[in-house]
Design a protein around this ligand. Structure first.
Ligand code: CO8
Length: 276
């Protein structure tokens, strides 16, 4: 299925179960316009109810940019009511991304600024390419991060590191992003960068696919339930968190896949899971 500014690709063959969601609005560096957000939400809805979808990779088709954040030009022409409607729909899109049942991986091969960075924070994992540039420039625009950045980044790296980034509006390359724990993995191509050649556009995406392929063979229901339990772990009190873990655990007990896992172990072979 393809929408104009967001393209949903279902992989096939050995990669069946991996879905790639590509932000594709080159003329405005993937800035989040009303249209892009609409396409994005439609694609997320399709993924959410797709039982064959096991891992989702979010990437950009635009060289050197993941997403430039909110569309600052479109917004300038909106009435206050339209701005409120748009911001609501953007925040809903981020909630929908964050609450997808499947694991999600953002492949960031360029600028991920403001809302673009906040979007990547709604993914479970982040992989930075050689030209990744992550930041919350809002205070330099005399606003503050308003699409979940203050909360999601604080949960990820703590309040002091978040303040350091937000107060300064600093942009981070892959190394500091990795050191601060913002990205899970990075691809370095110092030789390309040194010679001033364009870095391999696909590097972060390829690495993200490697992560996806490592998740793919594992029990799909188990992975979804683990995501749900871990997401609750950081938002509820410990005793509720343990309850949620038990409820999620209970979901995997009646699955065929659990028995297949035991059989495969006994027979010393790789399990083949069906997601039920
Ligand atoms: N909005 C609209 N258009 C944009 C945006 C944007 N955010 N970013 C880039 N563009 C446009 C440019 O205006 C330019 O258009 P044109 O060709 O017509 O002049 C085109 O894209 C290409 O841009 P550049 O020439 O600047 O491209 P570069 O490759 O040199 O640089 C960058 C790319 C680094 C992405 C650069 O464009 C940039 O810094 N953009 C602004 C990034 C930014 O500040 N984003 C933060 C926006 S604030 C935000 O996201 C807050 C969300 C809050 C939600 C609140 C909820 C309550």
């Amino acid at each position: 299925t393809s929408a104009k500014e967001v393209i949903l690709t279902r992989h096939t063959g050995a990669d069946a179960g991996i879905l790639t969601l590509t932000l594709n609005r080159p003329k405005a560096k993937n800035a989040l316009s009303r249209n892009l957000v609409k396409d994005f939400r439609a694609a997320l809805e399709e993924i959410r109810f797709d039982n064959d979808a096991r891992v989702v990779v979010l990437r950009s088709s635009v060289a050197g940019v993941f997403c430039a954040g909110a569309d600052l030009k479109e917004r300038a022409g909106m009435t206050p009511q339209e701005v409120s409607q748009f911001l609501h729909s953007m925040k809903m899109a981020f909630r929908e991304l964050e609450s997808l049942p499947q694991p999600t991986i953002a492949a960031i091969d360029g600028a991920a600024l403001g809302g673009g960075f906040e979007m990547s924070l709604c993914c479970d994992l982040r992989v930075a390419g050689p030209r990744a540039l992550l930041g919350l420039p809002e205070t330099s625009l005399a606003i503050i991060p308003g699409a979940g950045g203050t909360l999601r980044l604080t949960k990820l790296i703590g309040p002091s590191q978040t303040k350091a980034l937000v107060f300064t509006a600093r942009r981070l390359g892959p190394f500091p992003a990795m050191a601060m724990g913002i990205v899970n993995d990075m691809v370095e191509h110092p030789e390309c960068m040194d010679e001033g050649k364009p870095a391999d556009q696909e590097a972060a995406y390829e690495r993200a696919l490697e992560w996806a392929r490592e998740i793919l063979p594992n029990g799909p229901v188990a992975v979804r339930m683990a995501k749900r339990a871990i997401d609750h772990a950081s938002t509820v009190d410990p005793s509720t968190g343990l309850d949620v873990e038990q409820l999620c655990y209970a979901q995997v007990i009646p699955t065929e896949d659990r028995l297949e896992g035991l059989r495969a172990f006994k027979e010393k072979r790789k399990p083949i899971y069906k997601g039920c």
